[in-house]
Design a protein. Structure first.
Lengths: 114, 112
């Protein structure tokens, strides 16, 4: 079974631009979660989507948004990029049926904001 | 709120040495506990997990036991290899859709 895939793997943007990252979950998984990983803050939860609905949200500003499509693929958008948004963005998938399920992570998208 | 505390790294070991990475957690109920490993330039890979007190998770020679009385989930391996060099993350999941609380990560460096 194919794992979680993320595209693109690397991105370079400038301040003020916006960016869209994509995540395809493991086949059959309906839940997708997004995390931001930085050296200073570690791994922080952004949001989780299940059946095209946001079920849970972390503590990030409204510039960070997401959506999920009917095939469970998810996108994350960051508008008005700031230098501090430079990070590795990881998505994870699970079946979404249980509150404490194992999550399976993709390889991440590394975003550099100049 | 829920939190996870891991020992700081880097932890530097010689090949075939014994590895322990301490992890303690704070949660009001019974979370599920996980260890993930991250190799350079990659995402997180599940190493092992435990879902209730006294459960032992094991995989690839690594073990961790869910200790409710000490709120701990320490990772151990009896004989490390150079290929075990990576960053290890302890995490908990508790009554929150899709949300894991991660520790800061512990870098392990194994030298030949």
């Amino acid at each position: 079974k194919a794992g979680v895939t993320q595209t693109p793997r690397y991105l370079i943007k400038t301040r003020g631009q916006q960016v869209t990252l994509s995540c395809s979950p493991i086949s059959g998984h309906r839940s997708v979660s997004w995390y931001q990983q930085t050296p200073g803050q570690g791994l922080q939860f952004l949001f989780e989507y299940f059946s095209e609905t946001q079920r849970n949200k972390g503590n990030f500003p409204g510039r960070f948004s997401g959506r999920q499509f009917s095939n469970s693929r998810s996108e994350m958008n960051v508008s008005t990029l700031e230098l501090g948004d430079s990070a590795l963005y990881l998505c994870a998938s699970s079946s979404g049926q249980g509150l404490q399920e194992t999550q399976y992570f993709g390889p991440g998208t590394r975003l550099l904001v100049l | 709120g829920n939190s996870v505390t891991q020992m700081e790294g880097p932890v530097t070991l010689s090949e075939e040495a014994f590895l322990t990475i301490n992890c303690t957690y704070t949660a009001t109920g019974y979370p599920s506990l996980f260890w993930y490993v991250q190799y350079p330039g990659e995402g997180l890979q599940l190493l092992l997990k435990a879902t209730k007190a006294d459960d032992k998770g094991s995989n690839k020679g690594f073990e961790a036991t869910y200790r409710k009385e000490t709120t701990s989930f320490h990772l151990e391996k009896g004989s490390v290899q150079v290929s075990d060099s990576a960053v290890y993350f302890c995490a908990l999941s508790f009554h929150s859709w899709g949300k894991f609380q991660f520790g800061a990560g512990t870098q392990v460096v194994v030298t030949p």
